[in-house]
Design a protein. Structure first.
Length: 463
């Protein structure tokens, strides 16, 4: 991205306010569409539309693709359907679908009717039938396709004809007479095998491909696993229908990472800093409410055992934050590792039992060390120096509770995202307040039960 100086921005704003189209166009004429999009994103919708209308349709289309969804949606509301249609004609079909999906059903149909390029309109209609979270919803139909029975001269001729309307060429796809994918024809082969009788003799057979209904998360894993820049997409019987390029996958991975991060932070919807107060409130309040419920539950637990622990082991209150905080941290760590493993494919559900056992081993080591350190602290700095018996009981209660809480939190934090994945629910939810609040409540219950048991058995007090 280009860095814009303060003077440049001030001059730009002055030209926009004065509606000086000629100088404004001269100022942005040689800029990359991504840089223009950065400028447009800082303007209100009407000012952004003024700049967009100065650009030629091809540049305006590129800028529209580069804008974030919310900014693009605001701009589309001010544009006529005819303007939108003209810019869609300049885009790849997959980018056009991303844009048109932000319109309501009625406007979609009207925009498509205004697209003069019948082939482009047909491609858009075809792509709209696929779920946006699948390979079909992200693929592009623009690609170079040759028949396996072509000779090298015929193949080169076909490649030249098809390449005229393409911006990027990654692979040449080889199909049979029924349009079923047979292989990939590297451009290098045209140099190394210029006299090949048929393409099928020099192509790379059985290329890695995905089906239209494959979840886009799985497609991203294949791109990473095989170091791909493009991948063919086939239908249920193996016919070539499109391709997915690495830029589409990068966008998808970024969006998924943002969603997972927000879920882990206790935000239940995809929000941006520019969203309204009400939108952000609705996304954030539900998890805060769950936290309040958890806090009230903890208060009730403490109140129920108030007479016993406050009277006989008053030093226990000092360690309540330690019990709750440690359980929440341990649970969040465990669930985060599982969510990451499920996301990048390093953890499969069939190996879930093995991972839970491994996590239990890690938890056991953590529990022994953490509980041991706290016990050592309590022996060096007793909570009640005047009554060492009470101090030792407090130390026992804290040590045993910490040991138990760490074990529970680790296993619970591992188990929950695995179960959510089996139930087809986004496991990233587990790394947020859900695990933290649950571990707080269970940790407090464990703490109170152990302290009550110790008071009853060692002090002979009926509680």
């Amino acid at each position: 991205m280009k860095e814009f100086t303060k003077e440049y921005i001030e001059k730009l704003n002055q030209l926009i306010e004065s509606k000086d189209s000629e100088q404004l166009l001269e100022l942005i004429a040689d800029m990359h569409p991504a840089d223009i999009a950065e400028i447009v994103s800082d303007l209100d919708a009407e000012e952004a539309l003024f700049i967009m209308q100065l650009l030629d349709d091809e540049t305006a289309a590129d800028v529209l693709v580069e804008l974030d969804e919310d900014e693009r949606a605001d701009l589309l509301e001010l544009m006529s359907n005819e303007e939108i249609a003209r810019q869609l004609e300049q885009m790849d079909a997959d980018d056009a679908v991303d844009v048109i999906q932000e319109l309501d059903e009625e406007d979609r149909e009207d925009v498509i009717k205004h697209i003069d390029d019948v082939e482009q309109a047909g491609d858009i209609v075809d792509l709209l039938q696929y779920d946006e979270d699948t390979a079909g919803g992200h693929m592009s139909t623009e690609m170079i396709v040759v028949n396996e029975n072509m000779s090298m001269p015929d193949c080169i001729k076909a490649m030249r004809e098809q390449a005229e309307d393409m911006d990027e060429i990654y692979n040449i796809y080889v199909v049979d007479d029924d349009n079923r994918l047979r292989g990939i024809f590297p451009l290098k082969t045209t140099i190394t095998n210029p006299s090949a009788s048929k393409i099928k003799h020099v192509m790379e057979p059985d290329p890695i491909s995905v089906k239209t209904e494959t979840p886009i998360e799985d497609v991203a894993l294949d791109f990473e696993k095989y170091d791909l820049v493009a991948m063919p997409v086939v239908d249920s019987i193996g016919r070539l229908v499109g391709r997915i390029t690495v830029d589409d996958i990068i966008d998808q991975v970024r969006e998924q990472s943002e969603r997972d991060y927000q879920l882990a932070s206790g935000i239940s919807a995809d929000v941006e800093t520019a969203d309204s107060v009400w939108t952000q409130f609705r996304a954030r309040f539900p998890w805060l409410l769950i936290g309040i419920v958890g806090g009230i539950a903890n208060a009730l637990i403490l109140d129920g055992d108030n007479a016993s622990w406050q009277t006989y082991l008053p030093g226990m209150a000092l360690f309540i934050p330690l019990i709750g905080g440690t359980g929440g941290n341990v649970g969040t760590q465990s669930s985060a590792i599982v969510v990451q493993g499920l996301a990048n494919g390093s953890l499969e559900l069939k190996n879930a039992g093995k991972h839970i056992l491994k996590e239990f081993g890690v938890a056991l080591l953590n529990a022994i060390i953490i509980a041991g350190l706290v016990m050592l602290y309590n022996w060096i700095f007793p909570t009640n120096p005047d009554n060492m018996r009470i101090s030792h009981l407090t130390s026992m209660a804290v040590t045993i509770s910490l040991f138990s809480v760490v074990l529970f939190a680790s296993v619970f934090g591992t188990f929950v995202p695995i179960m959510l994945e089996k139930l087809k629910i986004d496991p990233a939810i587990a790394t947020g307040p859900f695990v933290t609040v649950t571990n707080d409540i269970v940790g407090m219950l464990i703490y109170m039960l152990i302290s009550t048991w110790l008071i009853h058995h060692f002090l002979g007090v009926a509680v």
